[in-house]
Design a protein around this ligand. Structure first.
Ligand SMILES: *Cc1c(COP(=O)(O)O)cnc(C)c1O
Length: 377
C-alpha cells in the first residue's frame, strides 16, 4: 500500500504509469535470447538520415552549454518547410517539445484543471489520459465507431465526441491517424467537426504519423491553423525521422495559443543534439521518401499475410498494424518473446485480443510473420 496515495491529487490516484514497449536489453537479459527484433514502439527500422549521424558526431563539444531555449534555428527551418504559396507559418506559431508528448502536457497545464473536461476517443493514444488526469481535469471518453463499421472500424466517432461537449469542455484530443488503431479521418470529416465545435475549445490534432500517410483525402491540418485559432497540430521527429531517442516534437497553432504554451514550457525542454538532429533531418527528403515507400510495401505485406491466414486486422495508414487474433493475445505475445520478437500487447487499451506490430523492412516483416506462424501452429 502506498502511504502517499491519499496525498496525491485525485486524477493521479486513478492513473497507471505509461507502459512502454519492452526494451531489447531487458528481454535478452530475462530470456537469454539474442538478435532481438523489436516491433513494439513504432520506431523506424531505417534509422535516421546519414546527415543526422554526421551532424551528431560534432555535438559533444557543445554539451557543456545550455541548449538554445528558443530553438531558433529549428523553428525557423520548420516555419520555412511548413509555409507554401497559400499559407505562411511563422516561428512564433511553433512550439518545440521534448517529444510531442511534452506538448500534450503543456496543453493540459495551460488549459485544464479540476472542474474542466477533456474529450478523446475510446482506443485513443494512452498519453491523453495521463496528461488530462495529472492536472486534475476530467476525461470524457467518447465511444469509438463499431468494429463492424464499413470504412473506419475502431475509428474516432466525431459525432460521439461532439455529443460529449459540455460547457466544461476545454480540450479535445484527436489522433489522426490514431495509435494503436491506425484509423484516420478525412479532411472533410475533420474540418466539418472543427467548424462545428465551439471555437473556445482547444482542439489538438495529433499527427505523429503524418509523413507516413499517403491517402489523398488525408488532411494537412497545418494548412488550417490561421483559419481556426483554437487548433493545435502536433507532430514529432520520433516516428518517420527516427529520432525517438532524442525526444523532439512540435506544435503548430495560432500565435495566441503558442504564447500560452510557451508560458508553461520548461525553459530548456529540447536538448542540443535533438535541436541539431531535427534541423538536419528536415533536409533529407530522399530518406523520408524511401521510408514511406518501405512502409507502404510493409503495410501491403501484412494485410495480405493477415488475409491469407484469416486474421482480422484494423485497416491502418500508419507504420504499424493491429491484428485481432480472436483469442487472448498475451500468450501469443509471450511466445513471440521467446522467439526474440517483441510486439505490443494493447489490453490496456481495452483490446485484449489484439497485438500491434510495427511495420518494418521486408526481411524483418517476414521474420516476425514466421515467428507468429510458428507460435500459432
Ligand atoms: C508516438 C506517438 C506520439 C509521439 O510521441 P513523442 O513524444 O513525440 O515521441 C504522439 N502521438 C501518438 C499518437 C503517437 O503514437
Amino acid at each position: 500500500m502506498n502511504d502517499f496515495m491519499k496525498e496525491a491529487v485525485k486524477g493521479v490516484q486513478g492513473l497507471q504509469p505509461y507502459q512502454p514497449g519492452k526494451p531489447i536489453e531487458e528481454l535478452e537479459r530475462e530470456l537469454g535470447v539474442s538478435n532481438t527484433l523489436k516491433l513494439a514502439s513504432n520506431e523506424n527500422p531505417m534509422g535516421p538520415s546519414n546527415n543526422v549521424k554526421k551532424a551528431l558526431e560534432k555535438v559533444s563539444s557543445l554539451l557543456g552549454l545550455y541548449p538554445d531555449g528558443g530553438g531558433f534555428a529549428l523553428k525557423e527551418k520548420l516555419a520555412d518547410e511548413l509555409s507554401n504559396d497559400s499559407i505562411t507559418i511563422t516561428s512564433s506559431q511553433i512550439t518545440l517539445g521534448n517529444g510531442s508528448n511534452d506538448i500534450l502536457d503543456m496543453v493540459a497545464r495551460a488549459f485544464l484543471c479540476e472542474g474542466r473536461e477533456a474529450i478523446y476517443s475510446e482506443y485513443a493514444f494512452a498519453v491523453y489520459p495521463i496528461s488530462v488526469q495529472a492536472v486534475g481535469a476530467t476525461a470524457k471518453v467518447s465511444k469509438a465507431l463499431p468494429v463492424t463499421h464499413s470504412s473506419n472500424p475502431y475509428g474516432h466517432d466525431l459525432s460521439s465526441i461532439f455529443d460529449n461537449i459540455t460547457d466544461k469542455t476545454s480540450v479535445i484530443f484527436i489522433a489522426n491517424p490514431n495509435n494503436p488503431t491506425g484509423t484516420w479521418l478525412t479532411a472533410n470529416e475533420l474540418e466539418n467537426f472543427i467548424k462545428k465545435a465551439p471555437n473556445d475549445i482547444v482542439i489538438v490534432v495529433d499527427e505523429a504519423y503524418f509523413e507516413y500517410v499517403v491517402e489523398a483525402d488525408y488532411p494537412d491540418t497545418v494548412q488550417w491553423v490561421s483559419k481556426y485559432p483554437n487548433l493545435i497540430v502536433t507532430r514529432t521527429f520520433s516516428k518517420i525521422y527516427a529520432l525517438a531517442g532524442l525526444r523532439v516534437g512540435f506544435a503548430v497553432c495560432s500565435d495566441q495559443i503558442a504564447d500560452l504554451l510557451n508560458r508553461v514550457r520548461q525553459p530548456f525542454n529540447v536538448n542540443t543534439p535533438a535541436l541539431l538532429a531535427a534541423t538536419v533531418a528536415l533536409d533529407d527528403k530522399a530518406h523520408l521518401q524511401n521510408c514511406v515507400a518501405i512502409n507502404q510495401r510493409g503495410l501491403v505485406f501484412w494485410q495480405e499475410a493477415c488475409e491469407q491466414r484469416g486474421w482480422a486486422y484494423i485497416p491502418s495508414v500508419g507504420n504499424f498494424i493491429t491484428v485481432d487474433f480472436a483469442q487472448e493475445a498475451k500468450p501469443i505475445y509471450e511466445a513471440l518473446l521467446r522467439q526474440a520478437v517483441i510486439v505490443r500487447p494493447i489490453a490496456n487499451y481495452g483490446l485484449p485480443n489484439h497485438l500491434r506490430i510495427t511495420i518494418s523492412t521486408e526481411e524483418q516483416n517476414q521474420q516476425c510473420l514466421d515467428a507468429l506462424d510458428k507460435v500459432l501452429a
